[in-house]
Write a protein that binds this ligand. Structure first.
Ligand code: ADP
Ligand code: MG
Length: 708
C-alpha cells in the first residue's frame, strides 16, 4: 500500500474556506506539503554536503519550497542567487509565478524566471527558475557561474540532453570554484579567455584572470540534484557516492482500470471516457494525457461540440489545454479553480507527468502514448513518432490522480499491454542531434568531446557526425577548434547552428530581414492552423499565401501580410486590442495565432542579438532570388533532388524521401529543393521545402559539393 501522510489532505483550491485570506490560504497550503516537515533536516544536509540528491514524489513541494527554505536559511547572502533548472520552459514559468505569489512579490523581483526568448529576472532576483539550456548558455558568459551559491538541477530523472551536460559541467565548475583564482582549472583557460573578451570594456582582467584576485578563492557552489523517480543510485554513483535523501510523498490509493480490448482510436476512446466520468463519477477534475498540441486542440474542440448535445445542466465541463507552446497566461488557467459546479478537464502533454502539479485532479485518462523525437545520425534524420509511454511514465501519470483524495486512472489499453512497456525512457542525449550541444561545449573550452565525462555517453558515431556537421557549417576549423568569428557568433546565438549560419550568411546576402522572419517562424510550432475536421478549408486558406517557390517564402508572406493588416487597421491602443484583431485575422486565414505571436516575439529578440553582433538588418525587397540563394548556401546539408519516379533523394544521406503533404510544393515537385526537417512518420518526409537551382549547391557550398 502506498504510504500516506497523516491528517486530512488539504488542497488550496478545493478545501479553501471563503473567510480565509489569500495569505492565510497560501501559508496553510505550504505547511501542509510533505516537504514542510523536513525543512530543518534538508537545510542541515545541504550545509553538510556539497552535492545532495533529493528524491521525492511529485507534488511533495520540492520545486516550489526548497528554494524558499534555502533563501530563509541565508544562502542568498551577499547578493548570491539560487538557480533552479527545469528541462521544460513551462515548468520554469509556472513554478516561478507560483513562488512569487507565495513570497508575495512581483515576478522579476526576488523571484523570477528566465527561458529562451523570455527573461523576467532583474538584479534583485535571488530565486531564479530557468531552463537547463539557459543555464548552459549563462556558463558561456560566466564560466564559474559565480553569481550562484546553489544550483538545483530539478527533474533530473527526465534526462534531457541539457540536464545531462549540466550534470557534467557543474561537477567541473564546483571543483574549479574550490581552486584559488589564477590556477588552471578543468573548465579551462579557453572559457576564462572568452570571459575576458566579452568583458573587455569593464577592464579588470588579465589573461583570463581577475587582476588582483590571484590566490583568492571563489565561494563554493552547492549542488542539489532533484528527481521524482525512485532510482537515485545513478546520480549518486555519478557524483562519487553523493548523499541521497528521500522526501516522503503523500499518495492516496488509485484504482487502475484497463479496457477489455485494444482501442483503435485513442482520441475517441479518451472522449468517451471523459464524458463517462463527467456523467457518472463524483466531483473532481480530470487530467488527460495526449501527445501534442494538435491532439489537444482537437480534443478541446470535440469536447466543446459534444457538450452542445447535452442538457443544459450537464454542460458544466471545462476543457483546459496545457502544453509548452501555450502562452503563459493561458497555461496559468490550468491552476485556477473551476467555477462553482464545474468540472475541469485538463488536456495535457507529458509535462503534467512530473514537471507541473495541477491541484484538484481526481481522475486520470492515459491512452498510453507519448510523442518521442529520435535522431539517426547516420541518416541525418529525425523521427517524431507517437510511441507507447514507458512504465515509469505510466506510473507517474496514474499517481497524479491520488494526490489529494483516492482517485481513478483509466488506461485506454488492456492490462496485458502494460507488461510489454519499456521500463524507462532512453536519455535524450542518446537520441538527439548533438551539433548544438557540442558547439556549446567547444565554446566553453571543452576540447575533448569523446572523453567528456557524460553520465551516459552518446555514441561516438553521433559525436563524429555532429563535429563533421559543425565543420561543414564553418563553425569549427579543420582541427576542431572554434572558427573565428563564425564559430563564436554561432555559439552565442540561441538557435540551432544551421539557423545561426543562415543569419550570418543572410547578412552577406543582404536579406537578413527576410531570414530573421523565416528563422523565427521555423522556430515555432506550425504557423498554420490545420484542424482535422476542416482540412480542405484550411488548404484553400493556405493557398492564398502560397509561393510557387516554396514554404519559406510562403511563411514570409504570412508574416508580412499580418504586418500589413495591422498597419492598415492602424491599431493604436492596448495590446489586448491588437491581440483581438490579430486573432480574428488568424482565424479567417487558418493561421495559428499562438504560433504567429510567438514568432513575432522571437523575431524581435534574435533581431536584437544580431544587431548587438554588429549586423545591419537589411532587406532584399522583392528580390527573392537572392533570398533563395541564401537559403541554398545555408541549408546545403539539407538538399534533395527529384528522382525519375517522382520521389526525392536527400543528397547528404542518400535517403529516399517525399515532400510532406502540408508543403506548398507537394504537387509541384521541383527538380531540386532545400528543406528544414527530415522526418520519419508514416513515410520519410521532408518538411518546409523551397525550390533551388541545383547548380547553386556547387557554387555556394563548393567545400561540400565538389564539381567533378
Ligand atoms: P514537486 O516539485 O515536489 O513535484 P511542487 O513544489 O511543484 O512539487 O508543488 C507542490 C504543490 O504546490 C503542488 O502539489 C500544488 O498543489 C502546488 N502548486 C504548485 N504549482 C502551483 C501553481 N502554479 N498554482 C497553484 N498551486 C501550485
Ligand atoms: Mg517539481
Amino acid at each position: 500500500m502506498p504510504s500516506m501522510a497523516q491528517g486530512e489532505p488539504r488542497s488550496s483550491v478545493q478545501n479553501s474556506k471563503p473567510n480565509f485570506s489569500m495569505r492565510q490560504k497560501i501559508t496553510e497550503h505550504r505547511k501542509s506539503l510533505p516537504i514542510a516537515s523536513v525543512e530543518k533536516r534538508l537545510i542541515e544536509e545541504v550545509r553538510k554536503n556539497d552535492i545532495l540528491i533529493i528524491v521525492g514524489e511529485t507534488g511533495s513541494g520540492k520545486t516550489t519550497q526548497l528554494p524558499q527554505f534555502l533563501y530563509n536559511a541565508g544562502f542568498c547572502r551577499e547578493g548570491k542567487m539560487i538557480g533552479i533548472t527545469q528541462p521544460r520552459r513551462i515548468a520554469a514559468v509556472t513554478v516561478a509565478k507560483r513562488v512569487a505569489e507565495e513570497c508575495e512579490v512581483q515576478l522579476g523581483q526576488k523571484v523570477g524566471y528566465s527561458i529562451r526568448f523570455d527573461d523576467t529576472t532583474s538584479n534583485v532576483t535571488r530565486l531564479k527558475y530557468m531552463t537547463d539550456g539557459l543555464l548552459l548558455r549563462e556558463a558561456l558568459l560566466d564560466p564559474h557561474l559565480s553569481r550562484y551559491s546553489v544550483i538545483i538541477v530539478d527533474e533530473a530523472h527526465d534526462r534531457s540532453v541539457h540536464t545531462d551536460v549540466l550534470l557534467a559541467l557543474l561537477k567541473k565548475i564546483q571543483r574549479a570554484r574550490l581552486k584559488p583564482i589564477g590556477e588552471k582549472t578543468e573548465i579551462g583557460h579557453m572559457a576564462l579567455e572568452m570571459q575576458t573578451k566579452t568583458r573587455d570594456e569593464n577592464g579588470p582582467q588579465q589573461n583570463g584572470v581577475l587582476r588582483g584576485c590571484q590566490g583568492r578563492k571563489l565561494s563554493p557552489l552547492k549542488l542539489i540534484i532533484m528527481s521524482a523517480s525512485l532510482d537515485a543510485r545513478v546520480f549518486s554513483e555519478y557524483y562519487g557516492g553523493a548523499k541521497a535523501v528521500h522526501v516522503q510523498g503523500r499518495q492516496f490509493p488509485v484504482d487502475i482500470l484497463y479496457t477489455v480490448h485494444p482501442e483503435s482510436d485513442y482520441i475517441d476512446a479518451a472522449l468517451v471516457t471523459i464524458f463517462q466520468i463527467h456523467m457518472e463519477e463524483k466531483p473532481g477534475d480530470i487530467l488527460v494525457f495526449l501527445t501534442g498540441q494538435d491532439e489537444i486542440e482537437s480534443v478541446e474542440r470535440l469536447v466543446q461540440e459534444r457538450l452542445q448535445h447535452l442538457p443544459e445542466e450537464k454542460r458544466k465541463l471545462l476543457p483546459i489545454p496545457i502544453f509548452s507552446a501555450l502562452p503563459s497566461e493561458q497555461q496559468m488557467k490550468a491552476f485556477a479553480a473551476a467555477p462553482p459546479g464545474f468540472r475541469k478537464v485538463i488536456l495535457a502533454t507529458n509535462i503534467a507527468e512530473t514537471s507541473i502539479t495541477i491541484p484538484g485532479i481526481r481522475y486520470v485518462i492515459d491512452p498510453g502514448f507519448v510523442k518521442a523525437r529520435t535522431y539517426d545520425p547516420r541518416k541525418g534524420m529525425e523521427s517524431l513518432d507517437v510511441v507507447p509511454a514507458s512504465k515509469a511514465q505510466t506510473l507517474q501519470r496514474s499517481g497524479r490522480a491520488g494526490r489529494e483524495v483516492p482517485g481513478k486512472c483509466f488506461r485506454l489499453y488492456p492490462e496485458r499491454e502494460f507488461e510489454k512497456l519499456e521500463d524507462s525512457t532512453k536519455p535524450e542525449i542518446k537520441r538527439c542531434n548533438l551539433s548544438n550541444i557540442i558547439l556549446q561545449l567547444k565554446a566553453l573550452g571543452i576540447e575533448d568531446i569523446i572523453g567528456f565525462d557524460f553520465i551516459d555517453k552518446p555514441s561516438s558515431g553521433a559525436i563524429v557526425k555532429a563535429l563533421a556537421e559543425l565543420h561543414s557549417l564553418g563553425a569549427l576549423t579543420d582541427d576542431g577548434k572554434l572558427e573565428d568569428p563564425a564559430g563564436y557568433q554561432m555559439s552565442r546565438l540561441p538557435l540551432e547552428p544551421i539557423y545561426s549560419k543562415a543569419l550570418i550568411l543572410a547578412n552577406q546576402f543582404n536579406c537578413l530581414e527576410e531570414m530573421l522572419i523565416t528563422v523565427a517562424v521555423l522556430t515555432v510550432e506550425s504557423i498554420f492552423y490545420d484542424p482535422r475536421e476542416k482540412r480542405e478549408e484550411a488548404r484553400t486558406a493556405r493557398n492564398h499565401f502560397a509561393s510557387v517557390e516554396g514554404d519559406h517564402l510562403t511563411y514570409l508572406s504570412v508574416y508580412r501580410e499580418s504586418d500589413e493588416f495591422l498597419e492598415k487597421k492602424n491599431v493604436a491602443g492596448s495590446g489586448n486590442n491588437i491581440d483581438k484583431i490579430m486573432k480574428k485575422w488568424c482565424k479567417e486565414n487558418f493561421v495559428n495565432s499562438r504560433s504567429l505571436k510567438h514568432a513575432r516575439d522571437i523575431y524581435r529578440q534574435i533581431r536584437e542579438h544580431v544587431v548587438q553582433m554588429g549586423f545591419n538588418v537589411s532587406s532584399c525587397g522583392s528580390d527573392m532570388l537572392e533570398f533563395r540563394r541564401c537559403l541554398a548556401a545555408s541549408f546545403f546539408l539539407k538538399a534533395a533532388q527529384r528522382q525519375l519516379d517522382g520521389t526525392y533523394r536527400a543528397l547528404e544521406s542518400g535517403e529516399i524521401v517525399h515532400i510532406h503533404p502540408t508543403s506548398v510544393l507537394f504537387r509541384a515537385k521541383p527538380e531540386c529543393v532545400i528543406f528544414d526537417e527530415l522526418m520519419q512518420t508514416s513515410k520519410k518526409y521532408i518538411k518546409n521545402v523551397t525550390r533551388i537551382d541545383p547548380l547553386w549547391l556547387a557554387e555556394l557550398a563548393p567545400h561540400h559539393y565538389k564539381t567533378e
